[in-house]
Design a protein around this ligand. Structure first.
Ligand code: ADP
Length: 470
């Protein structure tokens, strides 16, 4: 059963239940019908015999002449005649009624059964069931009363299967019709199940193609429909789209990363060739080694950044959370960075004291260093940088500079990996700094926004969720 398709399993269950329901219904109807008919047969027998009681009369031989022979039957009896009225029902609805003398001799009525059953003891107003030649019969007797009628018996007899042909016909028809209906229902059920489960095949097919990596653009695309399978297909399509996007980002990241590594590597190789090709002066060697060192640092920073990304994406325990006094941490970072004094830029800060946050010290430090060093790098000579921290409905950190600024179109792109705005191309940088800042902020459920104007400066605002239970 386990290896059967769902379609087949549904059909088998459905058929089994159908057979059971048909069987139970059929048997119930048959038995109810039968018992109702049996009751009818008995009631009819009693009623017919009772009706016939008044249809028998005795006439003396004296007034024979006054008898009207019209349709009635007359039998000589004792010293007169017995009149069986023409209303006497001797054979109706399969019920035979006969008249017997006191000693059980048949006076009126003709039927094989009537004669044979005359030996059965008469009992007034009692319904008896007898068996004759393997078939069952009901008998009902009435003792007649009245002038010269005392001792005469009326007996009605009817087969217990009277009228059962109708039931038998129904049974016969059912025996043919029900299997036909059953086959139709099973076929219908099978094809409906097949049609309903068709989307599952489409889902499997799309998932297989995607998992084999042959076609990431593949979608189930079931189209309109609100049933569970359509909903499932929509969820899958959504998931496939996200997978495709993730794969694409990964692919771009890898190719960008290798591209970014290739340049410093090429410089290093060229410098090595330069110093190895022929003997150089000490100054030339020194210069070449400085270049190699610079490029080596660049590569190492790039590799470090990429490692941070990978670890953060894995959401593993690489960056355990700790209870941080954010105010003190940012103060320390600013204290260190103020020493840079690059381009005579002045760094100042205004931090609300004792703001706490639950995060990783390394990541938060990295976030601020990236923002502040960008402000230095893209700042103007004698410019200034202003860092603030405060807490309202959220924790807000801002880094403001009066540097070169970022154009409106490029503001949306600067958070992408390896993206560098035109204005900054000539300056050193990898294009990973802000992408990492955004990654860290999102890692803690926060948001980062930028507002900037070319040549005037930029403000980066980070909002972080407030630490609960303090
Ligand atoms: P990188 O600084 O290494 O190029 P980032 O991801 O840190 O990479 O920044 C991406 C780009 O955003 C930078 O190349 C620069 O064009 C722009 N940018 C970032 N910070 C600033 C800033 N404070 N002022 C002006 N431009 C900035």
């Amino acid at each position: 059963m386990k290896n059967l398709s769902i379609r087949l399993k549904i059909t088998i269950w459905f058929s089994a239940i159908l057979v059971l329901v048909i069987g139970i219904t059929f048997t119930t109807i048959f038995w109810i019908n039968r018992s109702v008919m049996q009751k009818n047969i008995k009631d009819n027998l009693i009623k017919t015999v009772e009706d016939n009681v008044d249809e028998v009369e005795f006439f003396d031989s004296l007034n024979k002449d006054s008898i009207d022979y019209d349709g009635d039957i007359y039998i000589s009896y004792k010293d007169g005649l017995l009149e069986i009225d023409d209303d006497f029902l001797d054979k109706v609805n399969g019920i035979i009624t006969a008249l017997y003398s006191e000693n059980g001799a048949l006076l009126y009525g003709e039927n094989r059964l009537i004669k044979k059953t005359s030996k059965i003891h008469f009992e007034d107003e009692k319904l008896q069931k007898i068996s004759y030649e393997g078939a069952g019969y009901y008998i009902f007797d009435r003792k007649l009363q009245g002038r010269k009628l005392d001792g005469l018996w009326l007996r009605g007899i009817v087969s217990e299967n009277e009228d059962m042909e109708r039931v038998t016909t129904v049974v016969h028809i059912s025996f043919i019709a029900l299997p036909v209906l059953f086959v139709l229902a099973v076929f219908g059920g099978y094809s409906v199940a097949k049609r309903m489960l068709r989307p599952v095949n489409q889902i499997t097919e799309a998932a297989t193609q995607i998992s084999q990596g042959s076609d990431l653009k593949k979608r189930i695309a079931l189209g309109r429909g609100g049933d569970e399978l359509h909903q499932l297909a929509a969820v899958f399509d959504d998931m496939f789209a996200r997978l495709e996007e993730a794969f694409e980002t990964e692919r771009r990241f890898t190719s960008d990363a290798s591209h970014e590594l290739r340049t410093p590597m090429a410089v290093i190789m060229a410098q090595c060739e330069y110093i190895l090709n022929e003997t150089r002066s000490v100054e030339e060697y020194e210069e070449a080694f400085y270049v190699i060192q610079r490029q080596g640092r660049k590569m190492s920073r790039l590799i470090d950044d990429m490692l941070v990304f990978t670890r953060m994406e894995q959401r593993n325990e690489s960056y355990p959370k700790e209870y941080l006094n954010l105010s003190e941490l940012i103060e320390d970072i600013c204290q260190d960075m103020v020493l840079l004094k690059e381009k005579q830029i002045i760094l100042t800060w205004e931090l609300e004291p004792d703001i706490f946050f639950e995060g990783n010290r390394l990541l938060i430090t990295r976030l601020l260093i990236n923002l502040i060093s960008n402000a230095y790098r893209y700042g103007k000579q004698n410019g200034n940088i202003f860092v603030t921290l405060n807490q309202k409905e959220k924790i807000f950190v801002t880094v403001k500079d009066n540097g070169i600024g970022i154009s409106r179109e490029q503001q949306e792109k600067i958070f992408e990996r390896f993206y560098r705005a035109d204005a900054s191309r000539t300056l050193e940088g990898s294009g990973l700094g802000l992408a990492m800042v955004r990654e860290i902020v999102q890692f803690y459920g926060g948001k980062i926004e930028v507002s900037s104007e070319l040549e005037k400066g930029s403000v980066f605002t980070i909002s972080l969720p407030i630490l609960k239970n303090i």
